[in-house]
Design a protein around this ligand. Structure first.
Ligand code: HEM
Length: 415
């Protein structure tokens, strides 16, 4: 019928039948309850929905409205290989607008997205990323030196300190102790103000503008902006700019096709985006890697042997398996511009198709668990070198084999 309809429409004889679209099944309880499930207990909520409705189900999430969750690899492939002019990621991420800013690459679609990505990607080119490796190793080793021995320690804050230092130096290109100290303080205020579910729930329920109701968050964001704008202006005037290797310096020298540079506002939006996308994500993944590894002394030994031989294959597998077992971003979102058939359902325009990383990675039938970090064993302490090495590998190769249209800049894939 779809084909017949298309033929009739192309002949333009006025005979085409209205297209019927349909949504897959999903919970029948009110939107508010579904939203609470999603915000407060996402993993349990998602697993129950899949148990009940299968690999394609519909959720109704506050202002996000209709989400069609996908956890079937073929259906997800349809989305990632689909026409990006009809599957809008930027619109799907609109909630982040007040934080990331309207020029953020994460919020753009179509031509604007391609143009911005073309300017950003060279800064993440493989060879340059490899050069950042030395800096990452140095930062990791310095941090680990300070860790207590034979005492319990909360790992996540320490990993955050490491990845923030990497972003401030490799991405923002900051060097002076004063600048680093000030930026560390305003960013830690921002995280403190955005912590907890209240801010998140408010944004999901009432839209991104509700950020204004969380005054400490608004103030903290304004302080980060002031620090970044000052830094961008200073770096723009820096006579050594051409010889610098950090991401901001690359972006300052990049030019659109008409020869114009990025404005300060565009630069600010990309820097906040890279901070948001690269800082806590990587810190959380590293923390999970250690949490998994300390249960497996044999695997820690194997990692050490791998490193001693200069062989990265096993380390690479540890990073990828950690990302599979503990995916820290549970979904990606694409908003449909037109009705589209996905996973056998003719879906209406305006709904979001949502490949669910969490659910697909918890399907025993499609992701082989290769090295067994999912099993629990007894605890041991790991050694500093392992962590430092994991950090470098994770930051350089965080994503593993990228999907054809994954938008993560750290995947280093061409457009
Ligand atoms: C373990 C670490 C990381 C994970 C799990 C992760 C995951 C993701 C995911 C799932 C997306 C959305 C992709 C899509 O919509 O197709 C994304 C986008 C993105 N990531 Fe990452 N990421 C990580 C580290 C980083 C780092 C270190 C950076 C850079 C400093 C980065 C920069 C970005 C950017 C700029 C985007 C948006 C790209 C676009 O929209 O074109 N990510 N990331």
């Amino acid at each position: 019928m779809i084909i017949l309809n298309a033929i009739l429409r192309s002949l333009d004889l006025g005979l085409a039948m209205p297209e019927t679209t349909q949504l897959p099944p999903g919970p029948r309880y009110p939107r508010l309850l579904q939203t609470m499930g999603w915000v407060l207990r996402p993993t349990v909520f998602l697993a129950r929905c899949r148990e009940q409705y299968g690999n394609v189900f519909t959720l109704d999430i506050a202002r996000e409205k209709t989400w069609v969750l996908l956890s079937d690899p073929d259906a997800i492939r349809e989305v990632f290989t689909g026409d990006t002019t009809l599957l809008h990621a930027g619109k799907g991420n609109a909630l982040l607008l007040p934080i990331l800013g309207s020029r953020s690459v994460v919020l753009l679609d179509d031509e604007a997205h391609l143009t911005t990505r073309k300017l950003i990607l060279p800064a993440f080119h493989g060879a340059r990323m490899q050069r950042y490796g030395d800096l990452m190793r140095e930062i990791a080793e310095r941090e680990i030196e300070r860790w207590p021995v034979c005492e319990p320690m909360a790992l996540l804050p320490r990993m955050r300190a490491v990845t923030l230092e990497v972003i401030m130096r490799a991405v923002f290109g900051m060097e002076s102790d004063n600048d680093l100290r000030h930026m560390r303080r305003v960013i830690s205020d921002l995280y403190a103000a955005s912590k907890g579910w209240r801010a998140l729930l408010g944004m999901v329920m009432f839209g991104s503008a509700s950020i204004r109701w969380v005054r400490p968050l608004e103030r903290a964001l304004a302080s980060v902006d002031t620090a970044l704008f000052d830094h961008i202006r200073t770096r723009r005037r820096d006579p050594t700019l051409a010889g610098r290797d950090d991401v901001l310096s690359q972006l300052l020298q990049a030019r659109y096709d008409d020869g114009s540079p990025m404005t300060d506002k565009e630069l600010r939006d990309q820097l906040v985006t890279l901070l948001w996308a690269g800082h806590t994500t990587t810190a959380t993944s590293l923390t999970w890697a250690v949490e998994r590894l300390v249960r497996h002394p044999d695997k820690v030994e194997r990692l050490r042997a791998d490193m001693a031989q200069g062989n990265h294959a096993y380390t690479d597998a540890v990073v990828k398996e950690t990302l599979r077992l503990r995916p820290i971003i549970p979904i990606v979102v694409r908003r449909l511009v037109e009705p589209m058939e996905i996973a056998g359902w003719r879906l209406p325009a305006g709904v979001s198709v949502v490949p669910c990383i969490y659910l697909v990675h918890h399907r025993p039938d499609c992701i082989p668990i290769r090295i067994g970090l999912n099993r629990s064993a007894f605890s041991i302490r790991t050694r500093a070198l392992t962590l430092g090495y994991l950090l470098v590998v994770a930051l350089i190769d965080a994503q593993g084999p990228a999907s054809p249209r994954s938008r993560c800049a750290s995947c280093l894939r061409p457009l």
